[in-house]
Design a protein around this ligand. Structure first.
Ligand code: CO
Length: 438
């Protein structure tokens, strides 16, 4: 067993126990607690000390952890990734009856998924519910940890054009079957039971579908991994491990996981919210610094926006840029876009290149074909709230936004290594475009 296998094996285990964004944040919290990180509340006064390790959660689905150096700092160094993935959200009053023979669930799309691979496979339900408690209302995590639902395809005999480019209608085609007619009125009881309460105590819910198929290694040499939610949990997990392994940072370092990237980051807890700015300001003020000090620190800061990238596709090689063609297992992907969907510019790229070269970490480049529009991610949206130098990176993968994606076994390790090196280095800005690495 090598370091590549071991990193990706741990990643697959992390993904398996993280079926929703709420579980992702809960599992990150547990790893932070085990390393002595102290949970802060946004509702209470923060008492911070140099050398301290802390984390804050917003909405149960976004998390920012930070580790202050023991000697003082001049800026922040952070890696941001996202906790959410495209899926289907279960609507209120979820049950629908079909021909008095089936009970199905009413769902709506969350994010931009590939629809076809959601069909004909066991699915289940996870998320959070709000329950009545003696002292008010409390959130409870729920995971129905068994094969529960399926979205059955229409047989080829009844849809002869199914293989000629079918347009899926989310309201008609995508409702999962929950049971036969006897399942009527039992879904909320099942959820309540799983939350350890009665149906009457269930006030509301944020529940999502998830694919039950577990992650695996595949390929002639087991060089690939396949799993649900690799976008973006591969980057999230890699940056978390790099962060946790940093014992003595030389700058104020942060690990950030934001919810709602898949719907555009605009929410109370998304990358375009004030969450990051609020946390950075509160760190500064709790340390006795001023607004002026906050602005100086932001000007001296460096962010890595981490979200998976497209590998060149074996059956669609013409979809990639003619020159910059990322390959799985070939390391960190630096993403560029002239229209600023990605934040990478020559300055931030130069920092990343220096870092990866110092750590002997392979680096490759992604750009869209010039005649194709690509996606967007965290960095440029986060910069609308807190404007700092930023590079966009990712790991090469295939089948992005399918409920079962494919990536490179080695790349999880490369990301952990890059993240650890980034968090351990002091990237000091002396003037515009000039960095000194300590
Ligand atoms: Co992503």
């Amino acid at each position: 067993m090598d370091e590549f296998y071991s990193s990706s094996e741990k990643l697959l285990k992390f993904i398996e126990k993280s079926p929703s964004c709420f579980h992702v944040v809960n599992n990150i919290s547990e790893e932070l607690e085990a390393k002595g990180y102290k949970k802060l509340s946004e509702n209470e006064r923060w008492e911070l000390t140099l050398g301290g390790r802390y984390y804050v959660v917003r909405n149960g689905s976004s998390l920012i952890a930070f580790h202050l150096p023991s000697k003082g700092y001049d800026g922040f160094q952070l890696i941001c990734s996202h906790s959410d993935s495209p899926t289907f959200k279960i609507k209120s009053n979820p049950e629908m009856e079909a021909d008095k023979k089936y009970t199905k669930l009413n769902v709506e799309k969350y994010g931009g998924m590939l629809c076809a691979p959601w069909f004909d496979r066991p699915l289940s339900v996870a998320g959070r519910v709000l329950v009545k408690a003696s002292d008010g209302i409390r959130p409870v995590l729920v995971n129905i940890d068994r094969d529960l639902l399926m979205i059955p395809n229409l047989a080829i005999h009844m849809n002869r054009n199914a293989n000629d480019g079918y347009t899926y209608n989310a309201q008609i085609d995508m409702c999962p079957v929950f049971g036969d007619e006897t399942a009527k009125d039992s879904f909320l009881s099942l959820i309540a039971q799983s939350a350890g309460t009665e149906k009457e105590n269930l006030l509301d819910m944020d529940l999502f579908l998830y694919n039950r198929q577990k992650g695996t290694f595949l390929g002639a040499q087991e060089e690939f991994i396949a799993s649900p939610r690799l976008d973006d949990l591969q980057c999230l997990y890699g940056s978390l491990q790099g962060f946790l392994n940093t014992e003595h940072p030389k700058n104020a370092v942060l690990f950030c996981a934001f919810d709602n990237e898949e719907t555009g980051s605009v929410s109370r807890q998304g990358a375009a919210s004030t969450f990051l700015q609020d946390v950075l300001k509160r760190i500064q003020f709790a340390m006795g610094n001023t607004q002026e000090d906050y602005l100086r620190a932001v000007a001296s800061s460096f962010m890595i926006s981490a979200d998976n990238a497209h590998a060149v596709h074996p059956n669609h090689m013409d979809k990639a840029d003619p020159v910059n063609r990322p390959q799985m297992n070939h390391g960190i992907v630096l993403k560029y876009n002239a229209n600023q969907k990605y934040t990478t510019d020559a300055v931030s790229a130069a920092v990343l290149r220096t870092l990866c070269s110092a750590g002997d970490i392979p680096l490759q480049v992604f750009t869209n074909r010039s005649d194709m529009a690509g996606g967007s991610t965290l960095g440029n949206l986060s910069n609308t709230q807190v404007s700092m130098r930023c590079a966009d990176v990712g790991l090469a993968q295939l089948a992005m936004h399918s409920p079962y994606e494919m990536a490179g076994k080695k790349d999880t390790y490369y990301f952990e290594k890059m993240a650890a090196l980034f968090y351990q280095s002091r990237i000091k800005v002396t003037e515009e475009g000039v960095f000194i690495k300590e």
